[in-house]
Design a protein around this ligand. Sequence first.
Ligand SMILES: *Cc1c(COP(=O)(O)O)cnc(C)c1O
Length: 420
Amino acid sequence: MTQETLALHAGYDKGEFGAMSVPIYQNTAYDFGTAKKAADRFSLADLGPIYTRLNNPTTSIFENRVAAVEGGESAVATATGQAAIFCAVANLAQVGENIIIAQKIYGGATTLLAHTIKRFGIEAKIFDSDNADDLEDLIDDKTKAIFFESLSNPQIAVPDIQKITRIANKYNIITICDNTVATPALFKPFDHDVDVIVHSASKYINGNGSTLGGVVVARHGLNKKIIDNARYPHFNEPDESYHGLVYSSVDLPLFTLRITFSLIRDMGFTISPNSSWILLQGLETLHIRMKQHSTNALIIAKYLQSHPKVKSVSYPGLDNNQYNSRVKKYFKDSQASGLLSFEVEDLESAKSVIDNTKLFAVVVNIGDSKSIITHPASTTHMQVSPDELAKSGITPELIRLSVGLEDTDDLIADLAQAIG
Ligand SMILES: *Cc1c(COP(=O)(O)O)cnc(C)c1O
């Protein structure tokens, strides 16, 4: 079945009543009935639900559906995208070890991976994701993961993905790809040897800014890379916190199993069943929305390119963009999602454009069906020094758009009157 069909049907058989929409199991706990059944659930002999912090039927359907759409083996949902990134990384690295992260990634991922987890003793080394020439030299015996975004937010950059996974595989290191902006509708990381995908489902998977959520997806056959790999001894040695369970002795997808039964069990960043249900609704239309976001963004990008008061436009779907050849190589029908940025004359003009748009909301979010405009230099990147800003290509006159699903004639009319 194609992913378009799986997005509507995977993981749900309509249950006892033939309910067309997945039921919301809005409950905390489950009646085991017998002591034996309870013991079997805890020993993983029976994989039925134990407690909603660990598992919930509505959430399981969402997880299985995302896994199916991404072409993965298993998935685990989390309360937010940030929690998904933390789970994926903390499942591999611990104190005294390191991870290697792309330079061009989401600001929240940078603060989490380069700063917050440093306090837990995990060091992040940063590689130049535009060409990955420095990646191999950064690897050492304590390197546990390589993290990058398939289409980065907010830089709108596409890394050399096959080069990254080739280097990672040479050293038997697990790669984690944040596929939030591209989504499985446009890009399939597992087709390019990525091991683990993470999502902020709050963005395009949700599609209308109505809930937070995250998900970690593991590829088929990832167990083989984990079992007996000297880099990941914690999958192969008894887990004291789980009465001596050796994960690699269990015939289940180990990466997501350990996130659920160790990290989420203890940290508690569980998604609510209600949010899982909302995200299931979003997933149903993801493919047609991504097509339209990409079409609209290309139309807006071309319009801005032709505007005399616009100095530059950055959209990887444009032929003259530095990442366009990678979009053509990796992305379905060369569609490049809904994010673009452009520069006007100076800071004052940028502020004036933002103040004068009416249809575009001034919001720090992306992936909503409604169009969004942001000024990175005064918001998301306010704490960054002018020097670092220049290096990351964020000038005071830069404006970022998350192009929504409105009619492009209306969006262009709004931009035209705001730019003046
Ligand atoms: C928003 C975002 C996140 C964080 O997700 P939340 O759901 O807001 O926690 C992570 N990665 C990318 C690329 C994002 O855009």
